[in-house]
Each structure stands twice: as C-alpha cells, then as structure tokens.
Ligand binder design. Structure first.
Ligand code: ADP
Ligand code: MG
Length: 692
C-alpha cells in the first residue's frame, strides 16, 4: 500500500501529479516522507486586542454579521464583523462568495492573517480561515511548511497545478492513516536506549504534531535516522575496506633508518603536526590490513612531504606506490616535487609520470613497468587506475584532493587487492563533520603551518578604489609578478559564469591591461585546453589569469602574488580561503583583494572575518556557524550529503548515533543479522549517490 501510486489514493489533477513528480513524489510513501522544511507556530491564539501588526495572527472569534456586496467593478465583496470578549473587528474578503454560505452569524471561525491599522481601527483583509469543528490542519497547531514548487506560478499565471504548502497539508492529512504500515528498521533495544520513538509515529507527528514535545520527539527520531544511517554506511564501508585484502598481509613496519635519512636531508624541520600525522600513518601501515586515512591540512601546511614519507616506507618494504591527482597539471606538479625530494636522498627510486598526454610508446613502457614491478612510484591522474592497468605489488595509493575520488575508483583499487589508502584534502572540514561524512576513513589533521610563512595581506576594496587597485597591480606586474582574477559565481549557472568570465577577460584585456598577456580559464574548456592555460601561467607566459571558480586547488605558481576576487561575497569563506591559498607560495609578499558587489551587513561581516583570520579551520567554523553546512559545502563542491532533518551542527546526536552504529558494526560487520538495516543503507546510498 505504501508503494501505491498517489493517483490511486488522492483526488487531484494531472497537473498536480506532474508537479509532485517533479518533487520526486510518486507513491504514498514518497509523499509521507516528504518532510516539512519548517513550521509556523500558530498554536498561540491571540485575542482581538492582542493582534500584532507585521505578523500573521491566528485568532478564534465569533461572527457577528456576514454579508455579500457587489462592487461597481463587478467584484464580490464579503464583509463580516467578528468579535470576542476583547472587542470587534471588521473583516473583508474579495471574490469568496461561498463564505456567506459556509458561515452564519454566531458561528466560530478561526482567522489566520495580518491586520491593518487605519485611523485607530484594526481590520483583516482576506485572511485564511478555518472552522474549529473539524480537525484543524492549517491552524491552531504547529503548522508544517513544505518546499513548494514555484514552477507552477512562473509558467501558468493561474497557478494551475501549483503545489502550495496549504495544498500539501490538505492532501497529506488523510494519508496519515497509512503511517502504521511503515516498518521500523531500528531494533527495539536501540530505540529504548536512545529514547527514540517509533518510525511510524515519527512520520505522522513530523507532519501534524499535537504540540512542541511531540514534534521534537519526531524530529529527533528522524534526525537520528539520517545521521545513524550515514555513519553506519560509512563504518560498513570501512570494515569492507579493511577486509578487502583478504588473507594478504599488508604490514609495512616503519623503515626508521630510511625515513630518518630522508627527514634529515629536508631543507626544513617537520612541524609538530606533520610529525604526529606521520606517526599515525606509519602506525597504520604496520597493520596487516589496509589503512584508510584522510589527512586534512590547510593549503601549504605541508601534506606532500607527509605523503612522501608514506610512499618511501612502502617502497622500502618492497611495495609500489601510486599517487593520483584530479588534474594532469596537479599530477605533473606532484611528479616534479616527488622527484626532487625523494630522489635527492634515494636516487635509486624509480618514479614515473603517466597521463592522457603521455606518448603512446612511453605509456606502454610505464604500464609494463607497473606490471613487472620495475617502477616504484607512479604518479598520474585518476586514469591511472581506470584503465586496465595492473601493478605487480601495489602497497599504497595516495589520493590528492579526495572529494573528487569516488566509490567507483575505490572498487577498482579493491580489485587490485586493496592497498593502503591515504587521502589528502585541503578542504578544512571541522572534525565532527569530517568524522560523519568521511566516517569510512580515519582522520589526521595537520593543524599547524610551517614557521615563517608569510601572511597574505587581505583587503576589501570598495568600488571607489577599484582604479587605484588596478594601477597598483599594474606596477606589480611590471615588477614581474603574476595575478589571478576570479570571477563571481552566478546563480549556479555555469553558462552565465563562462559568459561573465569571458566578458571580464575582454574588458581587462582591452581597457585596463592592454599591455599585458592575459589568459582565460573556465569550466567549458576541454581538459587539454585548461592544462595548456595553466601551464602557460605556470611558466610565466601569462601575466594575468582570469578564471571562474574552476581554478585548480593546489596549483603552485610561486610568482603569482596577487589574487583579485570579484563578487567575493558570493563565495563561502572556505572557498575564499582556498582561493587565497593560490598566492603566498613564493618569496614575495602576496595580496588578496576582495571586490564585493554587495555591502550588506552579512557580506561585510563575512569578508571582514577573512581579513582577520588566516586559518582555514577557523574560517570553516565561522562559516559553518553563519551559514550551515548545506551552504558552506554545496553538493557542487564536495559531495557532502544534504541532510533534511538533522544538522551537522548537532554534535551530540552525531556522537550518539555514531556510538550506536559502531556497536552494531562491531558485533555484526556484514549486517547479516540486521537485514532491514542492510537494505535501508543500500536504499540510502542510492539516494545520496554522487557521480564522480
Ligand atoms: P599542501 O599541504 O598545500 O600540499 P605542500 O606540501 O605543497 O602543501 O607544502 C607547501 C610548501 O611548504 C612546500 O614548498 C614545502 O616544501 C614546504 N614545507 C612543507 N613542510 C614544511 C616545513 N615543516 N617547514 C617549512 N616548509 C615546509
Ligand atoms: Mg598539495
């Protein structure tokens, strides 16, 4: 019955059904699990003398008189006078003649609306209404508010088939009869221990709660479910990864001599944070099962040497290593870095680079070396594991900027016999959040920058100073520096962004900096074109790089010392911080100029925190508080699941649900004794699956 198509159980138009479909609602179950996005608390009734202006009021009153009039223009006017023990109030409706048939003097009526205050007299214009006899759906309770389709309004003016919250409430209410059919997938003892109500009760009460307490209990249960399933799924993946290497013993004890020699030859000392993370990694590598660890560290915190030590340890233990980066430019950069730092102390290590642009014959040779085991470390893009490539003895895979590395790639790695997995990320996600969404990995955080790192001077530049700023930039370019110009995000539309970036490029080229060499980078270019532009900038053949937000994370152009961010308030703080990390990588003082298009209080406050703080983690926390994770880590950026009932800020519930998930996986790692949970996870993973 829950799977019945809605058309069988509610009476409505094809238009409405179509709109529901657009919301992903096809069956009774879909509809009942379409949870409210908010509630208006109209459970508080106000007397006539308590009604407030600028607010929607709910008031239970009696009708003194009600009658209909035609206006000169032919409209129907219903006029009523209502009262309670505190006074009288006139009420007016247009074109609702049926009201005079529904209500008679002496009837009770509930009015929901705003009041008008005119010459000492209050009145209500076209308020919503309800008769207090039947069960109240729209008023005198906590009223659910749903995400509505505004499509209807935009396309056909008469709003035919428009789905409003009111419409949803009306159609949904009778379906509550079906809620007992929902089977609870949570075991009884978990519910008891966690003080959680039944699933079916939660569903009924999340829509039409009797009071605040029932609503809170329902929301808590559903929020728990989300966080619990998310973490159970992650922990189950973690277990599977640990056991993916089967009988193989992957233990690689720390080769202390080799590592010591390497560290001593570095031109710097490791920071305390780097030392700690290295220890955590080496500890993992010594275990017989594959590691799965995420290293989070701000841009420039020195993740590369940490990864190099892990690779070195694998090689010293007789294994091969692979390093994967999301783009060819980044992969090539890693190749140069690893060559430089590893071969300096360990000249015998064979390191190779392979990517789309590698000539066929060279490619063949490297692939062969991978299979026979002659190459120790191979560096490339994800293609490295997508092609039908094999390794003789792959011991570790390092993945840079892990959020672009998907489930599919993991599966391929598994098929190669699950090596130790080390992910590196510069997206500073606060610890609890990271534990939740990347719960299948252990977490190491490099929370310390190498000493002597220059502060990037960050300034918000008002429009009146724009020309001055350009002049100053001109001077810097003449001194040999390079510049990034980031164009604003536009309505989530890549097409418009590309257009805006192209226009900005043309404008700068013809009007502002005609004497310099400009490059343009955006998401509509082919990868090879992007690579070419980045390469040109990297080599210094381009002075000013105009780019949409696609500018590669992690790219290292030490001579680029200025970054200009247009429409800067449209980006989240974390992303602005990432952009800022594009500069400040060389010997010269670097600058970040924020050009806002809005001077709203919120925008000003956010940009001010960027000027003030230089730690990505701190900024991420601030951003999280100001905007919530949905906004901060949009799906477009990072594939962080969208929570409906829970919030990533609810640390207490996150911890509680994680503890429960851990207990279950500990006892029943394959969930063979929990078939309902197993299928629920599968369902859940399908619904949040992100394509990579
Ligand atoms: P990221 O974490 O962004 O990948 P990198 O590993 O590229 O950062 O390191 C940034 C720069 O800092 C590199 O030039 C690297 O050589 C240098 N570096 C790394 N660790 C230290 C350290 N402990 N002291 C000084 N410089 C360091
Ligand atoms: Mg890096």
């Amino acid at each position: 019955m829950l799977k019945s198509p809605l058309s069988k159980v509610i009476r409505t138009t094809a238009n409405h059904l179509h709109r529901l479909k657009e919301l992903g609602i096809n069956t009774v179950e879909d509809f009942l699990t379409y949870f409210p996005r908010a509630y208006t608390d109209s459970s508080e009734m106000r007397k006539i003398n308590e009604l407030r202006t600028d607010e929607v009021n709910t008031s239970l009153v009696q009708i003194r008189s009600i009658f209909m009039k035609k206006t000169k223009t032919g409209k129907t006017l219903v006029r009523a006078v209502v009262y309670d023990e505190t006074g009288d109030m006139p009420v007016l409706w247009f074109n609702q003649a049926h009201l005079t048939r529904m209500f008679r003097p002496g009837d009770d009526i509930i009015l929901i609306g705003k009041i008008k205050f005119d010459r000492g007299v209050i009145s209500m214009m076209s308020p919503g209404y309800e008769t207090p006899k039947k069960e109240l759906v729209h008023a005198v309770r906590i009223v659910p508010v749903y995400h509505e389709t505004d499509l209807g309004e935009a396309t056909d003016r008469g709003a035919r088939g428009r789905i409003s919250s009111k419409w949803i409430r009306e159609k949904l209410h009778p379906l509550l009869a079906y809620t007992p059919l929902f089977k609870d997938f949570l075991p009884e003892e978990i519910k008891k221990a966690g003080n959680l109500i039944d699933y079916s009760t939660a569903i009924a009460n999340v829509h039409f709660p009797k009071d605040e307490d029932t609503l809170n209990a329902a929301r808590r249960r559903l929020a728990f479910d989300e966080l619990f399933l998310l973490q159970l799924a992650a922990l189950s993946r973690k277990w599977q990864w640990r056991n993916a290497a089967h009988e193989k013993n992957l233990s690689m004890p720390a080769s202390n001599e080799v590592i010591k020699k390497f560290v001593q030859k570095l031109p710097f000392n490791l920071t305390k944070a780097q030392e700690r993370v290295v220890k955590e990694i080496l500890n993992d590598m010594e275990k017989s099962y594959p590691m799965s660890r995420l290293v989070e560290g701000d841009v420039g915190s020195g993740k590369t040497v940490v990864a190099a030590i892990a690779l070195l340890n694998a090689v010293a233990n007789g294994y091969q290593g692979a390093v994967m980066a999301p783009t060819e430019v980044l992969a090539r950069q890693h190749y140069h870095t690893f060559m430089k730092i590893l071969q300096r102390t360990h000249g015998g290590i064979n390191i190779q680079f392979i990517a789309g642009s590698t000539p066929q014959s060279a490619k063949k040779d490297i692939l062969n070396q991978m299979k026979t085991g002659t190459v120790d470390i191979v560096i490339g893009t994800h293609a490295l594991i997508q092609e039908n490539v094999g390794f003789k003895k792959l011991g570790i895979a390092v993945i840079d900027e892990q959020h672009r590395f998907g489930v599919k790639q993991r599966e391929i790695l598994k098929s190669y016999g699950a090596p130790h997995l080390l992910s590196l990320s510069a997206t500073p996600i606060p610890r609890t959040l990271a534990l939740t969404i990347y719960g299948d990995q252990d977490l190491s955080i490099i929370d310390e920058m190498p000493p002597g790192r220059q502060e990037i001077i960050t300034r918000v530049v008002p429009e009146s100073k724009r020309i001055d700023a350009y002049r100053w930039v001109e001077d810097q370019i003449q001194k040999g520096r390079q510049v990034f110009v980031i164009c604003p995000l536009i309505n989530d539309s890549e097409v418009l962004e590309v257009k805006a970036a192209t226009e900005e490029f043309d404008r700068l080229k013809s009007e502002i900096f005609p004497q310099f060499r400009l490059g343009l980078l955006h998401g509509r270019l082919k990868q090879s074109e992007k690579d070419e532009v980045m390469e040109g900038f990297s080599k210094g053949d381009i002075d000013i790089l105009v780019s949409t937000a696609v500018v590669e994370v992690g790219i290292d152009v030490p001579n680029a010392t200025i970054i200009i961010i247009e429409g800067s308030e449209r980006f989240g703080l974390s992303q602005l911080h990432q952009f800022r990390g594009r500069v400040g990588r060389g010997e010269h003082q670097s600058y970040c100029f924020l050009f806002p298009t809005s001077t709203s209080e919120d925008a000003t406050k956010r940009l001010a925190s960027l000027v003030k703080h230089s730690s990505g983690f701190q900024l991420a926390e601030i951003d999280l508080q100001m905007r919530g994770p949905g906004e901060v880590y949009g799906v477009r950026q990072s594939g962080i699941p969208d929570l409906h009932m829970a919030t990533f800020g609810d640390v207490k519930l996150i911890k509680e649900s994680r503890a429960v998930a851990e207990k279950i996986i500990e006892k029943d790692p394959t969930l063979k004794d929990h078939p309902e949970l197993k299928s629920k996870i599968a369902e859940y993973e399908n619904s949040v699956a992100v394509d990579y």
